[in-house]
Each structure stands twice: as structure tokens, then as C-alpha cells.
Ligand binder design. Structure first.
Ligand code: FAD
Length: 704
């Protein structure tokens, strides 16, 4: 029998937290079903692909990290792509599609994807499918799902076109390469995404989504269904929905193939080393001080920790951050063990291998689980059990759920039609697998499913809030205790994993006025080479850091203070700090220290605003008397001076803190300031900001 050769395409990803990778892996797994051979590689595995000679379609899935930077595993690729020496026809033979992942809360939305796209086009490559820009700020799936739906027909068209061009060339018919594709190249965006009707029909069984036949489980006559109906009629919740969703046919993702074989081995009790994996590369440092920085009635609790690093080789600079390695909560691990029915096996060793005959292509045994670790260790130190279960995980849970009502609701939550409910009840509530299992008591997943779907437990980074010139052998950091309120799937609130753990570590000492011995934590340095004060002290700079975002600037200013003392005759550029908090008397972090910097001349301009003080006065007063509430309002008041620092005096601006709103608002304000001061239009203002970024004079260090 003749062996059918499937057309191939190349699939490349650059991924920081694994999202781009998992989308690429999903495409890879689907390829066979769509009649293609996909060749999947990470962008840094350049020995596995050759774009210089590639004649098949190429699909890029790339995320953006930090201040618009490429993910670590795409850095080299982007660097090479940007080389000015490449001729303008370098990639003329290449046809590509690109899905860019980003977050509009950050100023450089999808910057890595945009950079790759711009360079590919400058080098002659042709796009065969509209670029998708997926926004983690509102939910990646809103764009990703639509983009994936259209991908296959686009790859097919591109592949056929290339094959016919190639055969025409072989026949010597090389008169002209016709204009490449007639596919629609409008960019996909949230606003213009319309569900594709053909895929929402009951017959859509060939694509990513398969239609569920049992359409209206909520109306099936089952014991308890009348109760559920009563609940349904009031409001939707995590566990119940309302029409039309509860009655509609659903497009749910294909069931991901399982790929791990996990068994538990009873072993003689052995003392297991506790602490994070790969401990050798970390430093276990003592906490030497912990101070509560906010008053008792402040909405948020901010704490300052001092670490004693005098016995360690940790050479940090202001602007650097460092990772704190924390375990999962012992209470949650215990509950999960009970819920999985594995409590009595917690000390068994977990043996993991690749499932024989798995249909998952490219499945690997996770490298973040050390050999011979116990189940308890695995759940405590290796897996992010707090992570929000992705839709594909929810899809897999359906198969392990006994009760038909619960099954139907899980199907809804992972379906296209239930996307809004998933966002509302799962994603936005930061629900964990334990909380989901508690809400769906008839769901009993296997341990292997959890290991397949839960990501690696990540350390939490914190910005250094000190300079070792002022505090030799010490490292400070400051954080807000993260609090998640109670919600539909969580009767009681909970604290952030790392901030809650740090708080619990030191609270006995705080209560006993610091007389107790403080514990140790595992940390590693996370340098940030570009987030540094200007190397020339004569250059002026502006710092924008509300709340805990002020942390790195305390380090900047401590360093500057010391430099000024040591070089009394030298010229120092002006320094500006924009700080904001809710109330002057409750959460004005580092108040005394900042005021000292002002009085000794280290800080020339301290601009502080309070968002919640004098609320009544403000609302009574008309708009004209509105006082600045947020850092961007104060920036706007100094529009002339700040644009002069940036555009006439070659100064720099640094923004640190909350990514959700602040960074974007500051960016928009800077744009307005440039428009007004330079009398230019939006496009010119954007270009000016882009140049500042390119020259590393507009830098962000934001999180949230
Ligand atoms: P988790 O259990 O991981 O929950 C985090 C989730 O809570 C997020 O998904 C988010 O949706 C939500 N959330 C609500 N409020 C906040 C909030 N205020 N911060 C973060 N997430 C929030 N944090 C600091 O407080 N101080 C710092 O100096 C600091 N520096 C950082 C530097 C870098 C380079 C990065 C990437 C992050 C930094 N962070 C800093 C954030 C910090 O790493 C943690 O994300 C944060 O402390 C929450 O950790 P957690 O484990 O307690 O919360």
C-alpha cells in the first residue's frame, strides 16, 4: 500500500511561563487529525529547524515577558533576527503565521510577537494568516480560541499554495510569484472577534472543539434536580448555570490524551530532605528583621523583611529582584491528599514514567519532580497546587466526574459557550484545583492527571528595597499581604501563597515584639541588568512607584545618597519620585526615609498623592478642584518639567509596581504629556515613547 506523505509545517514557540508552549503543543497534537505533520521546536533549539531553507509554512507562538522582552528561550532567536546585516530578501521564501501572547496591563503589549513580525516582514517573509494578539489581561482564550479555529484552513491553503508554486517552478514556469495569499489579513482582536458559526453548530466534530450531545443535563430528571433548578433560577454560580447556557449545545475542547504513568511505591521510612528542589543552587538565609509598615486599620498589610546575607555570595544592585521559594500550604496539601484518597500514601515514593502507547506527541516526564520524592514532597514543593485549572484541565476532569449535573457544569465551564462563566467563576476568582474539587464532590481525578496538568511551583520574585552601600550584608524587601476574598467557589477568603507564608513565618515574632529567633528562607538572585539608575550620576531621572512599587527606588536613593557623600564636588542630576498610597497616616511606606532623602538633597522632588483621603471633600468639590489622587495625576501637573527631563536632558523614567492599572495609566499620561508639550499627534507621541524604551530610558518593573 502506498504510504501517504502528509504535508508538513514548522511550529516554533517562545514561552516564559509555559502558556505559549502549551498552545504550541496543543497545535502539535491536533496536526495529525488535520492531515499534517507538525515539526515542533522551541525557538532556542535552532539545531532542530532551519528557517533559511524552510519551504513549508511556519507558525510562531510567542509570549512577551518583563518590560516587553522576549522569553528567555527566544532571546537568541530575536537577537539574530534583529541583525542589521541581514539582507531585505533574507526570508523572502518564508510564509508564516504568528500568535502573540501579552498583557495590555503592560505598556509593551505583545512586544516580542510584534518585533518578530516586523522583522520577518522587513526581511521579505509573507504572512499567510492574520496575527492574533491575545491579552492575558482579559483572558488569552478570547483571541487564542478564535485564532486556533481559523488556523487549520489557513495552513491547508498555504500548504497547497506552496506545493502548487513549487510544482510550477519545477516545470520551469517561474514567470512570477503571484501575490501571496488572498486570505483575510485583518488582525484578530478582542473587539472584532465573532464566533465562527460553522464551529458552533452541532456538527463541528473535526476541529479543536467537539460537540457534546448531552445538551441539557440540567433538565434531566435526576435526584436533586429540582433543588438545582431552584438554585438555577436565582443566579448562576460556580456549580450551576442559567439558560441559555444551561440549555445550549456545547463546543468543548478535545480530551487531552493522558501521557504519564504514575505509581506509588511503599518504602521503608527514610528521612527526606525538606525544602525546595535543586536546593544546592539556592541560599538559605536568615530573616534578621521584619517590620509591619502599615497601620492596623489600613486596607492592605505591607511588611518589610530584612535578610542577613553576610555569609553568602549575593552581590545584588538596586533594581535587582530575588526569588523566594515557598512551599504550598500544609493545610491545603493535607486536604488535597484526603480529597484524592491518598492520605495514607503520602510517604510513598512517586514513580513517574511516560505512558506506553500514549497518543500525546512530545509528552515528557516533568523535570521539576526529583526522582524518589514522596507524594507529600511532590505536593508541597514541586507542583503549583494553587494554580487556576486551565480549560483543558477542566475538560479532563469531566471524565472523572460521576454526577451528571456536575459533569454538565464542568463541560459548560470548559466550553466555548461557557467562556464568560469560566472567567467569572474560575479564573477571576483565582480558584485552585482543591477549591474546584470541593465544589464538585463527585469528581475524583487520578494523581497522574494532576501531575500532567499542574505547573511547576514557581518562586515569587521581590524587588530589593535597599542598597548594600547603606546596609552591608543585608537585603531588604517589602510586600503586600495578598488577600483573596470569599467567593462562589470559596466560602472563606485566603491569603496569597508566598505572602501568606512569609506572614505566618514571622507573625509569632511580631506578636512577641521581635524577641523570638526568626526563621530562614530559600532565595536566589534575579538580576535585572537594565533597571538601574543612569550610570552617569549627572543624568536626571524620574521614578514612579506607588505602594510597594517604591521598593527599588529606596535602593536607588540609598545608593545615590552614599555616592553624594563620597563625591561632594561631583555634579548630580535631579531626582524625582512619584509615590502614591491610600491614606497619609496608614500606608505611606518609607515616609521618614523619603523625607530624609529630601532634606539631605538626595531626592529633589517628592510628589505624593493619597487616593482615599478627604473623599467627601473631593466629591463635594466640583471637577475643577479635583486634587491628584494617583501618581499619573501628579505627573501631569509636572508635564513641562518631566518632558524636559526626558526629551531635552536625556534623562530616564522608571515605573515600578502594579501592572493592573497603574503602568498603563502612567504610559497613557506620558503620551498625553508628550502630545501637549511637543504639539504632536498620537502616532508621533507613541514613536517618541518607543524611542525612549528602545534607548532603555523608559523602563518598567511591574507585576500583579
Ligand atoms: P499568589 O498566591 O501567587 O497569588 C497571586 C495572584 O494574586 C495573582 O495572580 C494576582 O491575580 C493576585 N494579586 C492580587 N493582589 C496582588 C498583588 N498585590 N501582587 C501580586 N498579585 C496580586 N510584590 C511585592 O509585594 N513587592 C515587590 O517588591 C515585588 N517585586 C516583584 C518583582 C518582580 C520582578 C515580579 C515579577 C513580581 C514582584 N512582586 C512583588 C510580586 C510577587 O512576586 C508576588 O506575585 C506577590 O507577592 C504575590 O505572591 P503570592 O504567592 O502571595 O500570591
Amino acid at each position: 500500500m502506498p504510504c501517504e506523505v502528509k504535508p508538513r509545517f514548522v511550529l516554533l514557540y517562545g514561552s516564559q511561563k509555559g502558556q505559549a508552549q502549551s498552545i504550541a503543543e496543543g497545535i502539535f497534537e491536533e496536526a495529525d487529525k488535520h492531515g499534517f505533520e507538525a515539526e515542533l521546536s522551541c525557538l532556542n533549539e535552532n539545531e532542530k529547524y532551519n528557517l533559511e531553507k524552510e519551504r513549508a509554512p511556519v507558525v510562531f507562538i510567542v509570549s512577551t515577558t518583563g518590560d516587553g522582552e522576549p522569553p528567555d528561550n527566544a532571546l537568541k532567536f530575536v537577537k539574530n533576527l534583529k541583525k542589521k546585516t541581514l539582507p531585505s530578501d533574507h526570508y523572502q521564501h518564508l510564509t508564516y503565521a504568528l500568535l502573540a501572547l501579552g498583557d495590555t496591563n503592560y505598556a509593551n503589549f505583545c512586544n516580542c510577537g510584534k518585533t518578530i513580525e516586523r522583522r520577518l516582514q522587513e526581511l521579505g517573509a509573507k504572512q499567510f494568516y492574520a496575527t492574533g494578539y491575545a491579552d492575558d489581561g482579559v483572558g488569552l482564550e478570547l483571541v487564542v480560541d478564535a485564532w486556533l479555529e481559523g488556523l487549520w484552513s489557513a495552513v491547508k491553503q498555504a500548504s497547497q499554495k506552496m506545493a502548487s508554486d513549487a510544482s510550477a517552478q519545477q516545470k520551469g514556469n517561474v514567470m512570477q510569484t503571484p501575490a501571496f495569499l488572498e486570505v483575510q489579513l485583518n488582525r484578530l482582536s478582542l473587539s472584532d472577534h465573532q464566533p465562527d458559526e460553522k464551529n458552533t453548530s452541532n456538527n463541528a466534530t473535526d476541529g479543536k472543539h467537539a460537540t457534546v450531545v448531552e445538551q441539557t443535563a440540567a433538565t434531566e430528571s435526576k435526584p436533586g434536580s429540582s433543588e438545582s433548578r431552584t438554585e438555577l433560577s436565582s443566579a448562576p454560580s460556580l456549580t450551576s448555570s442559567l439558560p441559555p447556557l444551561s440549555e445550549s449545545a456545547l463546543n468543548i475542547p478535545a480530551l487531552p490524551p493522558s501521557y504519564l504513568d504514575v505509581s506509588l511505591l511503599e518504602v521503608d521510612a527514610v528521612a527526606e530532605t525538606l525544602g525546595p528542589a535543586n536546593k544546592g543552587a539556592l541560599h538559605e538565609v536568615p530573616i534578621s528583621k521584619a517590620v509591619k509598615m502599615t497601620s492596623g486599620d489600613a486596607v492592605k498589610t505591607a511588611l518589610l523583611f530584612e535578610l542577613d546575607i553576610s555569609d553568602f555570595q549575593i552581590d545584588y544592585h538596586p533594581g535587582d529582584a530575588f526569588n523566594v521559594f515557598c512551599p504550598n500550604s500544609a493545610v491545603e496539601v493535607e486536604k488535597l491528599l484526603h480529597r484524592l484518597g491518598l492520605w495514607d500514601k503520602q510517604n510513598h515514593h512517586v514513580c513517574i514514567s511516560l505512558l506506553k502507547d500514549t497518543k500525546k506527541k512530545g509528552g515528557k516526564v516533568p523535570t521539576h519532580i526529583p526522582n524518589n520524592s514522596s507524594l507529600l514532597y511532590l505536593l508541597t514543593w514541586c507542583l503549583e497546587i494553587r494554580s487556576v485549572p486551565k480549560k483543558v484541565f477542566v475538560r479532563a476532569l469531566v471524565e472523572h466526574t460521576g454526577d451528571s449535573m456536575q459533569k454538565r457544569r464542568l463541560q459548560e465551564l470548559c466550553s466555548k459557550q461557557g467562556a464568560a462563566d469560566y472567567n467569572l467563576f474560575v479564573r477571576d476568582q483565582n480558584l485552585s484545583i482543591l477549591e474546584l474539587l470541593t465544589a464538585f464532590p463527585s469528581c475524583l481525578p487520578s494523581l497522574s492527571l494532576l501531575i500532567e496538568h499542574l505547573p511547576k511551583l514557581q518562586p515569587r520574585p521581590y524587588s530589593a528595597a535597599s542598597s548594600c552601600l547603606r546596609h552591608p550584608g543585608k537585603l531588604h524587601f517589602v510586600f503586600n499581604l495578598v488577600e483573596f476574598p470569599a467567593c462562589s467557589g470559596r466560602p472563606d477568603g485566603k491569603r496569597g501563597l508566598c505572602t501568606g507564608w512569609l506572614f505566618d513565618l514571622i507573625s509569632p515574632a511580631l506578636e512577641s515584639s521581635g524577641s523570638r529567633l526568626l526563621p530562614k528562607v530559600h532565595v536566589s538572585l534575579r538580576p535585572n541588568g537594565s533597571f538601574r539608575p543612569p550610570s552617569d550620576p549627572a543624568v536626571p531621572f524620574v521614578m514612579v512607584g506607588p505602594g510597594t512599587g517604591v521598593a527599588p527606588f529606596i535602593g536607588f536613593l540609598q545608593q545615590r545618597e552614599k555616592q553624594r557623600l563620597e563625591n561632594p564636588g561631583a555634579a548630580f542630576g535631579e531626582t524625582w519620585l512619584y509615590f502614591g498610597c491610600r491614606h497619609k497616616d496608614k500606608d505611606f511606606l518609607f515616609r521618614e526615609e523619603l523625607e530624609d532623602f529630601v532634606s539631605n538633597g538626595t531626592l529633589n522632588h517628592l510628589k505624593v498623592c493619597f487616593s482615599r483621603d478627604n473623599e467627601e471633600v473631593e466629591w463635594e468639590g466640583a471637577q475643577s478642584t479635583a486634587r491628584p489622587r494617583y501618581v499619573q495625576h501628579n505627573l501631569l501637573l509636572d508635564s513641562k518639567a518631566i518632558t524636559s527631563v526626558l526629551l531635552e536632558k536625556s534623562g530616564s523614567i522608571y515605573v515600578c509596581g502594579d501592572a493592573k492599572n497603574m503602568a498603563k495609566d502612567v504610559n497613557d499620561t506620558l503620551m498625553e504629556m508628550i502630545k501637549t508639550e511637543l504639539q504632536v499627534d498620537q502616532l508621533e507621541a507613541m514613536k517618541t515613547l518607543a524611542v525612549l524604551r528602545e534607548e532603555k530610558r523608559y523602563l518598567q518593573d511591574i507585576w500583579g
